[in-house]
Ligand binder design. Sequence first.
Ligand SMILES: NC(=O)c1ccc[n+]([C@@H]2O[C@H](COP(=O)([O-])OP(=O)(O)OC[C@H]3O[C@@H](n4cnc5c(N)ncnc54)[C@H](O)[C@@H]3O)[C@@H](O)[C@H]2O)c1
Length: 354
Amino acid sequence: MRSAYDVGVIGCGYWGPNLIRNFNQLKETNVLKVADLDNTRLQRMKEVYPLISITSDYEEVIRDPLIDIVAIATPVGTHFKFASEALAAGKHVFIEKPLCASSDEGRRLIALAEANGLKLMVGHTFLYTSAVRKMKEIVDSGELGEIYYINSQRLNLGLFQKDINVIWDLAPHDLSIILHLLGREPAVISASGSAHINPAIEDVASVTLHFDDNVVAFVQCSWLDPDKVRRMTVVGSRKMMIYDDIQATEKIRIYDKCVEKPPYYDSFAEFTYSYKYGDVRIPKLDGGEPICTQLNHFVECVRLNTQPITDGHNGLKVVTILEAAQRSIKNHGKQINLDEPAPVLTSGEAKNAA
Ligand SMILES: NC(=O)c1ccc[n+]([C@@H]2O[C@H](COP(=O)([O-])OP(=O)(O)OC[C@H]3O[C@@H](n4cnc5c(N)ncnc54)[C@H](O)[C@@H]3O)[C@@H](O)[C@H]2O)c1
């Protein structure tokens, strides 16, 4: 029996199998066909899911009239080509992060999806975790007060990528979380990075996002760190919050700590800092697999014709920051104003620039 939506998946390397498993678990979707250039990987999928058909030609997925949704889990340099062809063929498209290799490609994908009345969603998976949902609730409630700054670190030994640098690989997660928590976009980006193993690809980098009203966010990414770190600190005028994704439970801690300014002072000499050290609260988080929540949301948006939280516009915001960070690195940390139009790059040029 046909499910409500038949799915074709392009790419079953490290991440694609997670999409296949979760689409098959959802009541409304069924994976019909999987494409990959690697026959061993395809055979493995066939062993696990004997009913799916496999192919080395991605066009067989895009051209299949039975397929309603195309999910793309291939290297970023291929995202635009596969997604634009799938949208042109009338398929709803789910793309793994980052949406594509340049802001120009992102704008073209959005236009194509909108012109054809199709859903386009990017896999900013962390926004579908219970930890990030809870953090958003806490920030929006005002419990932390006015947000001063966010500091995010995503460090590990590897996994080295051959086609993109560490920012394009790791920072989409941090950037999507930061934009979600603050609910706005930065005005200026600066970044620095260096390449130690492959001289053409930065493996250590740091991006600074300057928002209006003196709010700042720092993102540090590394494939060259002895320790696996996935930690974000959100500092507010009243409280501070730490999100440690490495923890199996108790991922979020809210510290009742702050620096209190005196309400009135006539001169700086009268200014005395007062430090508040209060309790630490650990909010309870719901369970559930974020990929399942994410794909369920996508299918619901297709069914109800509503806009995904991480739609093409959301994906484009992250790509625009990645692109600006890349330009800043190549220009020795120059501040890039996001209002400045980025030079138009093709996928190939963007890949080389990375
Ligand atoms: N959401 C997340 O947390 C998360 C985690 C990891 C990776 N990702 C994203 O998933 C995507 C894939 O990453 P990965 O780590 O699985 O990479 P990978 O290299 O392990 O897998 C990519 C697969 O795509 C296949 N492929 C490449 N070109 C193809 C083509 N022309 N036709 C068909 N298949 C082709 C390769 O053979 C490979 O099997 C990337 O965009 C990455 O950023 C997302």
